[in-house]
Design a protein around this ligand. Sequence first.
Ligand SMILES: C[S@@+](CC[C@H](N)C(=O)[O-])C[C@H]1O[C@@H](n2cnc3c(N)ncnc32)[C@H](O)[C@@H]1O
Length: 260
Amino acid sequence: MTADHAAHPHEEHESRYREGDAAAWDRPLRDTELYDPARRDVYNFIDETKVRYLRPMLPPAGNAIEVGAGSGRLLIRLGQERPYRLVALDYAPYSVRAVRENLRRSALPGDALFGDALALPFADASFDVVLSGGLLEHFREPGEVIREMARVLRPAGLFYADIVPRKVSLYRWAERTRMAHDEHLAKGIYESDFPKRAWARLARESGLRDVRIVSAGVYPPYTRPGFEQLLWRYPGFFRALDGTPVADVLGFFYMLTGRK
Ligand SMILES: C[S@@+](CC[C@H](N)C(=O)[O-])C[C@H]1O[C@@H](n2cnc3c(N)ncnc32)[C@H](O)[C@@H]1O
């Protein structure tokens, strides 16, 4: 999501993206991915939405990993909720730089590691929380990543992933024509064609139980001037739509959870 994962106007650097190509992901850090929870932008709105959703499910302590961590901002927010040992893993150098900077800004201890989501360098059952944000939609066979994430999760641990589907949404209204016609942007994969039920099935097939997937992110179009001010002025209204049929139609991301 941030999204980032939470997809947005696709930028120049992204047209180089190829599945499995770490160099194509690399780029300078963006101001928006630097950790500053006071900034009233859409990224912080989304991060806060995810934390609110996950809060009741979070284990009280243990190890937490974000796979394909990018900026690692969601991991850091969870580290502020619970005393987790934080591990961020990504195969692109920008991410390791971003996570180290964001850990410094948040004054939390943690590790930023290079690694491949398809072959996580950890023993089975190493983590109490395994999460990813805006990662799974970039794979043709995302089940391979979900299996790896489930493998390193401890029994009873929490799995979380958010995913950007290739579907019309209010937030990305400007992209509706592309969504309807282009298979994928350039040669990269930016959004997934899988419907909600396919993600739930992949999660169950990876050994997860209590699998739940909800649509979220019914936000004003990002092309509308002042859309972020609107979000932050009426946060309860926008968040109340998450998990409803309105979000199935007009939302722009899914939140997938499960337990091992
Ligand atoms: C859209 S970004 C995630 C953004 C992140 N959630 C954030 O808030 O900044 C996707 C990330 O996945 C990473 N990635 C993609 N394929 C990967 C792989 N096979 N192994 C490790 N990281 C991968 C990319 O380098 C990129 O940082």
